[in-house]
Design a protein around this ligand. Structure first.
Ligand code: DC
Length: 228
């Protein structure tokens, strides 16, 4: 049996990181962790407690509430869906709403939030055989990962893809709103003080603007063959 490695997938918002991660997990029989879902889950919990909104961030009470929040991720490969619970309550659908997308980068910039989630991600995936997608996986969470992928695509193509995905799910939004939201998120994620989104020197960079998912998979599976 070939060695199970750790695969880190980082990149901008809506670059197809989780679509790729799910396909790779299936092909390689690996586990998948959507780390963005963890940041979204905390954001949802804080929004419910009125600790974050469009024009307000109550960092003091966020830090107080943080230790009491327990996140559970359950990725079901057959459904290609990560089920997310916070303190036992299922919030799988809620964390994808545009209002949570609009707030999550501000929560993800808080040092203590990142420390809690990075610790959890390392605990779950330390044995290898995991694919994790996020913003700081190759740079901070698993800098020793055997394969680091950095995905990118043009903002307009990413917005078109995400708009279609949200429309297919029946979520009301417009292309312009999606483009604005993802541009803002990239800006905050790339410029924050704590673990900003960066392209590490050892990452394999893929611009998938004009690539099909099949082409992308072939490229990466060939790369993996050289590693295991
Ligand atoms: O991948 P996503 O869009 O679900 O991520 C939601 C937000 O969480 C995104 O704005 C950046 C942040 N995030 C992060 O800072 N670090 C990660 N490892 C994953 C996500």
């Amino acid at each position: 049996m070939s060695k199970k490695i750790t695969i880190a997938i980082d990149g901008y918002s809506s670059c197809g990181k989780s679509t790729l991660a799910k396909k790779l997990a299936k092909a390689l029989h690996y586990q998948f962790i959507d780390t963005g879902a963890m940041y979204r889950a905390l954001t949802y919990a804080f929004a419910q407690q009125n600790l974050v909104s469009k024009d307000h961030l109550d960092e003091k009470n966020i830090l107080q509430s943080l230790p009491s929040l327990e996140i559970q991720l359950d990725y079901q490969p057959d459904l290609e869906e990560t089920f997310v619970k916070i303190n036992g309550n299922d919030i799988t659908q809620q964390i994808r709403l545009p209002e949570i997308s609009a707030l999550v980068s501000r929560i993800a910039a808080i040092k203590e939030v990142r420390e809690k989630l990075v610790k959890e991600q390392r605990r779950i995936a330390e044995k290898g055989g995991y694919i994790l997608d996020g913003r700081d996986i190759g740079s901070v969470v698993f800098p020793q990962a055997e394969l680091k992928l950095f995905l990118t695509a043009s903002p307009t193509i990413r917005a078109e893809r995400r708009f279609k995905e949200l429309s297919d799910k029946g979520i009301a939004t417009t292309y312009e709103e999606v483009l604005k939201s993802l541009t803002e998120r990239d800006e905050i994620d790339s410029n924050r003080k704590e673990s900003p989104l960066i392209q590490t020197e050892d990452a394999f960079v893929i611009d998938n603007s004009h690539m099909s998912i099949e082409e992308e998979m072939e490229l990466i599976l060939n790369k993996i063959k050289t590693l295991v």
